[in-house]
Design a protein around this ligand. Structure first.
Ligand SMILES: Nc1ncnc2c1ncn2[C@@H]1O[C@H](COP(=O)(O)OP(=O)(O)OP(=O)(O)O)[C@@H](O)[C@H]1O
Ligand SMILES: O=P(O)(O)OC[C@H]1O[C@H](OP(=O)(O)OP(=O)(O)O)[C@H](O)[C@@H]1O
Ligand SMILES: [Mg+2]
Length: 320
């Protein structure tokens, strides 16, 4: 109870308490110098060096807390934000509460947690396209997105207009499952599933294949429509962007004769522009940010156009 009282005046920041996004999120918080100690089993942690409290929640619940404005900031999957939005719209269409505070605003993508929410069917089965599943049973944890997806397919198949603001009466049966969704086809619970795919290993191991994509997802930083401390939200967003940039880029430095600079800086144009410093005897030193995943190719090409003394340095942090 005491801890809940000490939330007063603090910006509330929801982070995934487990699962695929947990560790990468903790690394990001560390990079952004958000210092905290989480007591064993406690889902609230006060940040020591900023007026922030971290709230550890399941990734799927974070858009609800942020969307209702109970929590100011959150990190979760874009798939979860879309599922939440679809659920709120569906409730409104059924005459429930109007889409009260449904809105989470996306601040930035975070560069981890990439995956696709895909329609999957048995590899050697009779279904070749999503439309073949109309009127069948589909298992998923993403019931609202799946219902929307099949409502659109059914409207198209029936030659009618899809209107998401009206209650959807589906021919396709959607069965809600909370995990290990891949088991549903083999065990006869569903004819197809809608679930996340990253490497495809889980899908293949279950003897399934993907036939359609409902949503492409990545981890995102989201905020509520009217956060309690907008300046602090901006500060955190800017720190987090800085950490992500630092993780994505390396600093590439090299020396080259002035005559080769134009060709070399085409290879390393930098994030904004390369820094060029004159050296003796018609040589220059160039320093430029390069995407980590491209650096080997960039070094090959720089060597080809006459660059020497190429150095690649890690970037600890950045700020625009
Ligand atoms: N295989 C994956 N690769 C990349 N990102 C993923 C993967 N699976 C899930 N995600 C992302 O992580 C989010 C949370 O999913 P995850 O399954 O990790 O959480 P959880 O269901 O709360 O945890 P758990 O499955 O451990 O119970 C998803 O909404 C999605 O954005
Ligand atoms: O394409 P892959 O790289 O194999 O990853 C996809 C799997 O990852 C997630 O499962 P998770 O590990 O969260 O288990 P769960 O199904 O019990 O949630 C997701 O639900 C898929 O099953
Ligand atoms: Mg999971």
């Amino acid at each position: 109870m005491e801890l809940v009282n000490s939330l007063e005046g603090r910006l509330l920041f929801a982070v995934p308490k487990k699962g695929r996004l947990n560790q990468a999120t903790l690394n990001l918080l560390e990079g952004a110098d958000i210092q905290f100690r989480r007591e064993n089993r406690l889902d609230i942690a006060l940040v020591k060096n900023l007026p922030i409290a971290l709230i550890f929640l399941p990734a799927a619940d974070i858009p609800t807390f942020v969307g209702q404005g109970r929590v100011d900031l959150g990190i979760t999957g874009w798939d979860q934000v879309r599922e939440h939005d679809a659920a709120v719209s569906a409730a409104a269409a059924h005459g429930g509460a109007p889409a009260q505070g449904s809105g989470c605003e996306m601040i930035t993508e975070l560069g981890f947690g990439s995956c696709k929410l895909q329609v999957q069917v048995p590899e050697k089965g009779q279904y070749a396209s999503s439309a073949d599943l109309i009127g069948r049973t589909v298992g998923t944890s993403f019931v609202s997105l799946t219902a929307d997806f099949f409502a659109q397919l059914e409207a198209k198949a029936n030659g009618t207009a899809h209107d998401s603001s009206r209650p959807q009466i589906l021919q396709t049966k959607i069965v809600e499952l909370s995990g290990s969704v891949e088991a549903a086809c083999a065990l006869g619970v569903a004819d197809g599933i809608v679930d996340l795919v990253e490497s495809g290993e889980t899908m293949r191991a279950a003897g399934l294949k993907a036939i359609d994509t409902v949503v492409e997802s990545t981890a995102v930083l989201i905020k509520s429509r009217s956060p309690s401390n907008p300046d602090l939200v901006d500060l955190i967003a800017s720190r987090i962007r800085g950490v992500i940039t630092a993780q994505r880029y390396v600093l590439c430095q090299y020396n080259i004769e002035r005559s080769g600079v134009a060709a070399a800086t085409k290879i390393t144009p930098g994030k904004r522009a390369p820094t060029i410093t004159s050296l003796d005897d018609g040589w220059v030193a160039v320093s430029s940010m390069v995407e980590k995943k491209k650096i080997a190719l960039v070094m090959d090409e720089l060597t080809r156009v006459g660059a020497h003394d190429i150095l690649v340095l890690d970037i600890h942090n950045t700020r625009e």
